[in-house]
Write a protein that binds this ligand. Structure first.
Ligand code: MBD
Ligand code: FE
Length: 304
């Protein structure tokens, strides 16, 4: 088909026939449909192939995998790059780098003050102690900041989505103390892999890709007057550290892991076996006018 003939067809199809369209949504939908028409033409997509794609999308929705697909195809990372650019243009620089939220946050985790334990003690993992300070970009500590933390267990599974784990296992909100400090004890997470034979796995395999993430810990860090930070740290040494299917690894988010087997250090930490320790400080940018919100609205799981 001639391009002009496609566009003539589209013009007819996209003319409003009832009521007032919502201009932004109409402009975007019209553009996406137009681009897809041209893709079908350019690749000579056959009806069977088109309906295979529709069925794929239907099943991906039924499997609740769009969050995974958005991460795996790089959309979530792209949105981060755009937010970074908007902040840089507004003169907001410095601070801890953001990186993607992913689809596995659950709202409503217990709040603890200063420090807490994330694991429920049922799993025999390597003990990890992580601690640090929340500061603004000038280095001033922020007392009362909220550090929301969530991560996978030793099998790479997240509580709530993995019904074998207790409620809010490996999930807490920690409020920083008077010096802006937080500290938690947990177990070392393992890397994540997309559900085998699921929609994302099928797609990635077809694209010649894998669905693995390096071991990581997620954070939302928030305080009044500051840009909400969505970020993660990666566990150094993971084989997928620079081969993340979700493109979330960033310089500045790979803190050293200190392994401690010295009896005195173990006793000083109030433990009775060797442990790993990560020190990591968060720096929040100050909020500014006329910037896209750093707090992203999306459908999230919520547990009581
Ligand atoms: C995860 O644990 C994750 O963090 C992302 C981004 C995607 C899938 C699983
Ligand atoms: Fe994750």
């Amino acid at each position: 088909m001639e391009k002009a003939a496609i566009d003539a067809l589209l013009k007819e199809m996209q003319a409003p026939t009832r009521g007032e369209p919502t201009p932004r949504v109409k402009a975007i939908v019209d553009r996406v449909v137009r681009d897809l028409f041209h893709v079908i033409e350019e690749f000579d997509v056959q009806p069977d192939e088109f309906w295979t794609a529709v069925n794929y999308l239907t099943e991906a929705g039924r499997n609740d995998e769009y969050g995974l697909i958005a991460a795996g195809l790089g959309f979530e990372r792209f949105l981060d790059v755009r937010l970074d650019e908007a902040e840089a243009k507004a003169g907001l620089t410095g601070g801890t780098p953001r990186t993607i939220e992913g689809p596995l946050y659950v709202a409503g985790a217990p709040l603890v003050k200063g420090e807490g334990r994330l694991d429920d003690g049922t799993e025999d993992g390597e003990i990890l102690v992580m601690h640090g300070q929340v500061r603004d970009v000038d280095g001033t500590p922020i007392a009362g900041a909220h550090v929301e933390v969530w991560h996978a267990n030793t099998r790479g599974n997240y509580s709530f989505f993995d019904k074998s784990q207790s409620a809010f296992n490996l999930r807490r909100t920690i409020e920083t103390d008077a010096e802006g400090r937080y500290r938690f004890r947990t177990i070392m997470p393992a890397g994540y892999a997309v559900p085998p034979e699921g929609s994302t796995d099928t797609l990635l395999k077809t694209l010649g890709r894998h669905g693995h993430r390096p071991a990581h810990i997620h954070f939302f860090v928030s305080a009044p007057g500051h840009r909400k930070l969505t970020t993660q740290i990666n566990i150094d040494g993971d084989p997928y550290l620079h081969d993340d299917f979700a493109f979330a690894t960033r310089d500045g988010l790979i803190p050293p892991v200190e392994r401690n087997a010295d009896p005195e250090a173990i006793a000083a930490a109030g433990l009775n076996e060797p442990f790993a320790r990560i020190a990591f400080d968060f720096e929040l940018k100050r909020e500014a006018d006329a910037l896209p919100a750093a707090e992203v609205q999306r459908l999230r799981a919520e547990a009581a």
